[in-house]
Design a protein around this ligand. Structure first.
Ligand code: BES
Ligand code: MN
Ligand code: MN
Length: 459
């Protein structure tokens, strides 16, 4: 009988091709047209787990189903609650993809597809690690509960409601959230902080109807001009948010943590050139780029629908214009307070002649999260990642948000290991999203080692 590690080694191609099957399903949770695809992805994951002889439940919600499975055959051993999401982001602009987003393609060591890194190719490493044990040893070193959701990318509240009402059932000694990434190729990372998020849409209405811009230009209010004024009244050129009270609760990271960031091999010039690809980085002076991404809040505009955007010109003063935006929050900002302060600020700076409607996206929000590095669980994760990648795992934070993590921390009351195998250039949410397959396999190895180290941990 091979060992689990040997099994994973000889089944590399199999794990890759199974992941590829899942990646072919366009499970975009933010687009209503993909309802059936989402359900297909949920069923695919459920079937895959059933093929491992696990009891699986497809938990229906008013949104998309949760997939829940468990293996509890190690009484007395710690229990790990694993999380992932089978939904993905939209693919547009689709013409910028080198190969079609739902026809997974390997180039070099990279597998390209929407969802390869976020998050199918990450949570599948946990499932693959489980299979490697179950098909060899017939058992796992720890108990595992798995909760895979289908609306992370649309900020769905369904999983949060489930976690709150089933805290007992989800009881665990550690949580594993495979939805973050590596610091750099070959350098594994444990994410000790995630930013929170609130999102809103502004809809500005000026004149009762679109107007000829020659006839009425100079007297009729222009909602785009108004929106531009509102936006620049929310954040200044130095990246400082101009909302009264916005920074009141912000706490800086512990010195030990930010000192650690200064030792990370971060090359600002390469970051600017290769990852951002602009001519300069923006943001608050006095904070390093890593601090600005990980430990400072921000406000970003995502799009401004409205007006005339067709070919050629149309001389019109549009009646309406919109802006979709979000704010990323850091400890200890509170989403509801920030939303209130934002709305008051918008009302206070809305120029005369226009009306603004502030649509808050309830549900689509998350509080910031910070995780203590001082727990036996994090130490076990550090060792597992270090051994699997042959290089010490570093402590980082992430600028992105994974809404369920705060609920895990509060309700499951177990330390959360937030990590993953995707690289900084994995192009999450962008064209040519990809996963490095070497890192994928090392990720499977890291999860197997985590099982062992957790089993040996007093939690
Ligand atoms: N996996 C990402 C978040 C992430 C990105 C964590 C990079 C660590 C490193 C997650 O799928 C995501 O995109 N979350 C959304 C949440 C939002 C839609 C509520 C985000 O951050 O925009
Ligand atoms: Mn994700
Ligand atoms: Mn995402």
């Amino acid at each position: 009988m091979p060992t689990p590690v040997e099994f994973a080694g000889t089944h590399r191609k199999r794990f890759e091709s199974e992941l590829t099957d899942l990646l072919r399903i366009p499970s975009i949770s933010t687009l209503p047209d993909h309802r059936d695809d989402i359900r297909r992805a949920a069923h695919w994951v459920a079937e895959y787990l059933r093929s491992m002889d696990l009891p699986v439940e497809l938990i229906e919600t008013v949104g998309y189903p949760l997939v829940y499975a468990e293996w509890l055959g190690a009484p007395g051993a710690p229990t790990l609650l694993g999380y992932g999401h089978y939904d993905v982001q939209p693919v547009d602009p689709v013409n910028l993809w080198t190969s079609p987003p739902f026809q997974p393609a390997v180039r070099g060591s990279r597998l390209f597809a929407r969802g390869a890194a976020d998050d199918k190719g990450q949570f599948m490493t946990l499932i693959a690690a489980m299979r490697a044990y179950l098909q060899t040893a017939g058992r796992l070193p720890v108990n595992v509960k798995l909760l895979i959701e289908g609306e992370e990318e649309s900020g769905g509240a369904e999983i949060a409601a489930f976690v709150r009402s089933h805290a007992d059932r989800l009881r665990a000694d550690a949580c594993l959230v495979l939805d973050a990434g590596m610091f750099a190729p070959g350098i594994p990372a444990i994410t000790l902080g995630l930013r929170g998020i609130v999102t809103a849409e502004l809809e500005v209405t000026g004149a009762a109807r679109d107007l000829h811009s020659g006839t009425y230009g100079g007297v009729a209010p222009n909602p785009f001009q108004a929106l531009a004024e509102i936006i620049t009244g929310l954040k200044d050129k130095d990246g400082r948010i101009l909302i009264p009270g916005f920074y009141d609760r912000v706490v800086a990271p512990p010195a030990e943590e930010s000192e650690g960031w200064k030792r990370l091999p971060f090359d600002e010039a390469a970051f600017l050139r290769d990852e951002v690809g602009s001519t300069a980085l923006t943001g608050e002076p006095g904070h390093t780029p890593l601090e600005r991404m990980w430990a400072r809040p921000t406000l970003e505009v995502h799009g401004m629908p409205g007006g005339f955007t067709g070919a050629g010109s149309k001389t019109v003063i549009p009646s309406r214009a919109g802006a979709k935006l979000s704010m990323r929050l850091v400890a200890n900002q509170r989403p509801d307070e920030i939303m209130e302060a934002f709305a008051s600020r918008v009302r206070a700076i809305t120029p005369r002649g226009v009306r603004v409607e502030i649509k808050r996206r309830v549900g689509l929000g998350a509080p910031p999260v910070v995780i203590s590095p001082r727990s036996p669980v994090i130490t076990a994760a550090q060792r597992a990642l270090g051994e699997a990648f042959g290089r010490e795992a570093v402590f980082v934070r992430a600028g992105g948000s994974v809404p369920i993590v705060s609920d895990f921390a509060e309700r499951v009351r177990a330390p959360v290991i937030v990590t993953g195998w995707s690289l900084p250039d994995a192009q999450l949410h962008s064209p040519d999203e990809n996963l490095d397959l070497e890192h994928f396999h090392k990720g499977i190895g890291a999860v197997m080692r985590l099982f062992e180290h957790l089993a040996a941990t007093k939690t």
